[in-house]
Design a protein around this ligand. Structure first.
Ligand code: KG4
Ligand code: ZN
Length: 354
C-alpha cells in the first residue's frame, strides 16, 4: 500500500510517498524561511502564495523520486487543518483534484495526528504512548491510544514553547528562526546566571505557560546599558532561558506520566515520545530522556527531519487511516482550528493553538 501525503499548513511546502513497510519512498520539503525572514515571522498571505507557486513542481518531484505515477498510489492524503487556512486550502484542493482525477481515496489529515503517529513510522511504536508535541504553533501532552484516539492531558495557556524560543531569541537580537539560534548562543552561556521563572512548575496538572518566561527575558534585556547586548549577556540569557523552558516541559511531562500511571483503567504506556521542532533542542531531549529512564520507559525522538513539518508524517497518518477504511469525502473542508481531542477542556487563551 502506498500513500502520497501533502503538508502546507504553515511555512513548509512538503510532499512524500510512504508504503506500509514503513518505508519513505520519497520526501521533498521546501522551507519558506527566506520568504518570511524580512518580517521576522510567518506571514499567512505570503505563505499561501508560496505554497501555490511551489506545490505543483514539488508533487512532480516527489512522484518522480519515488518512481511512481498517480495510478500506482492507493490514496492521497493532505493536511486539512489546523493551520493557516490559505495554505491548508492549497494542499487539500490539490489532493482532492488528484484523487478525483485518478479515482483514488482522499484522506483529510489533522496535522497534529501526523506528528502523533510519526513514531510508528520511525520506530514502530506500539500504542499507547505519551506524546509531548512541542513546535512553533503547538505545545501539548497527549496520550496516543490508537489511530484516531488521542487524549489531551495538557496544552499551553498562552504561547507555544517554540514561539517563546523565537520571541526570546528576537529579544536577544538573534536570527530568525530563533530556536536553533538560541540553542547555539546558549552553548557558551552559564544557565545559572539569571534566575528565570519556571511557570507552573510544582503545580498540579499538565498545562503549560511560557509568556511570563518570555517577559522575564525582555525585562532583563531592558535593564542592560544602551547599545548592543554583550556576547556574554546573550549567551548567559540564552542558556538560562533554555534551562527554564526545558525544566518547565519536564515538570509538566512528569505530572502527565504520574497521572496516567494512577489511572486505574489506563493501559501502561510503552514510551515517552517528543515531536515538533523544539524536539531538536539537545537540552530538552536530554531532560526528557532522563525522565523516561527514571520511569522505565523507552524514549523516542524521531529524527529531526521527521520532527519538523514534512509530508511523510501526513502520508503515514493517511496510510494508517486507509488501512482502517477511514476515507474522507471530496467535500471535506479545510479547518483553521481542529483539536485532536474533541473532549479536551478549552484552556483560556489557548483557542488559537488547538
Ligand atoms: O515543528 P516546526 O518545524 O513547525 C511548527 O511550528 O509546526 O517547529 C518550529 C519551531 C520554531 O519555533 C523553532 O524556533 C523551534 O521549533 N525550534 C527549536 C529548535 N529548532 C527549532 N527550538 C529550540 N531549539 C532548537 N534547536
Ligand atoms: Zn507541525
Amino acid at each position: 500500500m502506498r500513500v502520497l501525503g501533502i503538508e502546507t499548513s504553515c511555512d513548509e511546502t512538503a510532499a512524500a510517498v510512504v508504503d506500509d513497510g514503513r518505508t519513505i519512498l520519497s520526501s521533498v520539503v521546501l522551507s519558506q524561511l527566506d520568504d518570511h525572514r524580512p518580517y521576522g515571522g510567518v506571514v499567512p498571505e505570503v505563505a499561501a502564495r508560496a505554497h501555490l507557486k511551489h506545490l505543483g513542481p514539488i508533487l512532480r518531484q516527489t512522484l518522480a523520486e519515488a518512481g511512481l505515477g498517480l495510478p500506482d498510489l492507493d490514496g492521497i492524503a493532505a493536511t486539512a487543518g489546523p493551520g493557516l487556512i490559505g495554505g491548508v486550502m492549497v494542499g487539500t484542493t490539490a489532493a482532492k483534484a488528484m484523487a478525483f482525477a485518478a479515482g483514488k481515496p482522499f484522506l483529510a489529515i489533522n496535522h497534529l495526528e501526523g506528528h502523533a503517529l510519526t513514531p510508528r513510522l520511525t520506530d514502530d511504536a506500539a500504542f499507547p504512548y505519551l506524546l509531548l508535541l512541542v513546535s512553533g504553533g503547538h505545545c501539548q501532552l497527549l496520550v496516543v491510544e490508537g489511530v484516531g484516539r488521542y487524549r489531551r492531558l495538557g496544552t499551553t495557556m498562552d504561547d507555544a514553547v517554540g514561539e517563546a524560543f523565537d520571541k526570546a531569541a528576537k529579544c536577544l537580537g538573534l536570527d530568525y528562526p530563533g530556536g536553533p539560534a538560541l540553542e547555539r548562543a546558549a552553548t557558551d552561556g552559564d544557565c545559572r546566571r539569571y534566575d528565570l521563572p519556571r511557570p507552573l512548575t510544582g503545580r498540579p496538572g499538565c498545562d503549560f505557560s511560557f509568556s511570563g518566561l518570555k517577559t522575564a527575558v525582555r525585562q532583563i534585556v531592558d535593564r542592560q546599558p544602551p547599545g548592543p547586548l554583550s556576547y556574554q549577556v546573550v549567551a548567559d540569557l540564552a542558556a538560562s532561558f533554555q534551562a527554564a523552558a526545558a525544566d518547565s516541559l519536564t515538570d509538566r511531562t512528569r505530572n502527565a506520566l504520574a497521572l496516567v500511571r494512577d489511572e486505574a483503567a489506563a493501559r501502561p504506556l510503552n514510551a515517552l515520545v517528543v515531536a515538533g521542532g523544539v524536539a531538536a533542542n539537545r537540552t530538552v531531549r536530554e531532560r526528557l530522556a532522563a525522565l523516561a529512564g527514571a520511569h522505565g520507559l523507552a524514549f523516542i525522538a524521531p529524527p529531526l527531519a521527521l520532527c519538523t513539518d514534512n509530508g511523510a508524517m501526513i502520508a503515514w497518518a493517511g496510510l494508517e487511516r486507509l488501512r482502517l477504511g477511514w476515507v474522507d469525502a471530496l467535500d471535506t473542508r479545510a479547518r483553521p482550528r481542529w483539536p485532536l481531542d474533541p473532549d479536551a477542556a478549552p484552556v483560556i487563551g489557548a483557542g488559537v493553538k488547538a
